[in-house]
Design a protein around this ligand. Sequence first.
Ligand code: RIB
Length: 278
Amino acid sequence: VVVVGSANVDLVWHGPRLPDRGETVTDGTFAQVLGGKGANQAASASALGAAVVFVGCVGDDEHGALVRADLSARGIDCSSLTTTTDAATGVALIAVDEHGDNTIAVAPGANRHVSFDAQISADDVLLCSCEVNLDAVEAAVGVALACGATVVVNPAPARAVFAGTILTPNERECMQLGGVDALTAIAPAVVVTEGPRGATLHRAGRPPHRRPGYDVETVDTTGAGDAFNGALAWALVNGEPLERAVQLACAAGALATRALGARASLPKADEIYALVID
Ligand code: RIB
């Protein structure tokens, strides 16, 4: 699995409820963890057993060193993770309430300096998200489609879509990008993630295929979509049909909400198979 995407340091506030505009809410706790949609997706696929290459960019700073050390320790190939002196490593400010819901504000920094420079072959799955400069995503998608690789683009945030790729927006992103009909007109498949309700696979001319979510004790939903996408790429690179891959990814997304922090409860493959019994 080749992942092109962002890597951030997440500054996480956990409190009773999210503040309203202009309001201060105290009684929270703080944690610094590692995040970024691309790095979370890479970590998810890697935890499930995929061989993962991560293409991204960090600043020449302490946060960048933390990001690189963490991804390397997970066994992820970081030879295409570059370091820039032109910007700081990305940072996300995340507030999480007692129900596990969140708001996220990102300063992308070095994530807007990614250059795509990696090998892709027909048996690979390319997984891209949109927190990085889009020319890098466009270059990666072009190379991958030309060699016949499967391409998944998670249009998060909803900045662009790429024809010929499997798109994985959440419901809000799907609406922002024109809706299911507009997306299935250019994409072979659109998988709309629906939080705890699961996900629906849409393909032009076929009935929607719905996969329900899985019940877990949710602590923090941050990164659930990333876990879903990483698991989808893992399942597809293992040759699973798209319907089954979506089912396995729904389980991964649910299991990833069990602890505070985007990567604190990424599942192993056996945990997914224990949940998905049919
Ligand atoms: O999807 C969750 C991620 O979004 C967080 O880890 C944060 O870094 C932002 O990129």
